[in-house]
Design a protein around this ligand. Structure first.
Ligand code: DX5
Ligand code: ZN
Length: 213
């Protein structure tokens, strides 16, 4: 119904980004999920500022920046100025979450907090008045192409109950495909990120439609 689909750029054909943006748009994808990795918070590196600036000039899609970096506070300014619409950082990172959210708000951007699989849902309790979105990682962050951790489904339900009556969205990231989406949606997900599975599909529009069901 109101499910949104976010395409994770990590699995796009980097040499043909312009074509990929067009492919995503015509497939009816709602958001562009932009992963940022610093080789410290996660054992991998991905996308920085120049790519984001170029992409933001080229697309009208809502840009959902997922910061997997150890010190998000240092970079909020740069990402906000480079075209992010939503900035999500990890609760397990080193910065003070209240300060990070406040900085995101100074740029009038949406603010989200992400949780690694082993971080309990209740760790979010102090921040529920501050945020627009909770990103539930259903794989260990750092790499595309991993399997959905079914034990995270209960955590999605727990968060759905925890935020009852609040205007907070739940986004799910990791291992989402047509076989796993229904489980995450039934538990209360609003936004599904899909990377390796989605970009592998010949008919991306049909794939997007199948995720929404
Ligand atoms: C992983 C990233 C994800 C990744 C998802 O750390 O945050 O956004 O691209 O990819 P799939 O859909 O392949 O699990
Ligand atoms: Zn991500």
């Amino acid at each position: 119904m109101n499910t949104k689909i976010a395409a994770s750029l990590l699995s796009a054909d980097i040499l043909h980004l312009g074509n990929e943006l067009e492919r995503i748009r015509t497939a009816g994808v709602d958001w562009l999920h932009y992963d940022v990795m610093d080789g410290w918070f996660v054992p991998n590196m991905a996308f920085g500022l120049p790519e984001l600036q170029a992409i933001a000039k080229q697309t009208d899609l809502f840009i959902d920046v997922h910061l997997m970096i150890q010190n998000p506070q240092l970079y909020i300014h740069n990402f906000a100025k480079s075209g992010a619409d939503l900035i999500t950082f990890h609760l397990e990172s080193l910065s003070d979450p209240f300060t990070v959210v406040q900085t995101i708000r100074e740029y009038n951007k949406k603010a989200g907090i992400a949780l690694k699989p082993r971080t309990p849902a209740k760790a979010l309790l102090p921040f529920l008045d501050e945020i627009d979105l909770i990103l539930v990682m259903t794989v260990e962050p750092g790499f595309g192409g991993q399997r959905y951790m079914h034990e995270m489904t209960a955590k999605i339900s727990e968060i759905r109950n925890m935020i009852q009556g609040r205007d907070i969205k739940i986004e799910i990231d990791g291992g989402i495909e047509s076989a796993t989406a229904p489980e995450a949606l039934a538990a209360g997900a609003d936004i599904l990120v899909s990377g390796s599975w989605l970009f592998r599909q010949k008919d991306m529009k049909q794939a997007v439609d199948s995720l929404r069901k």
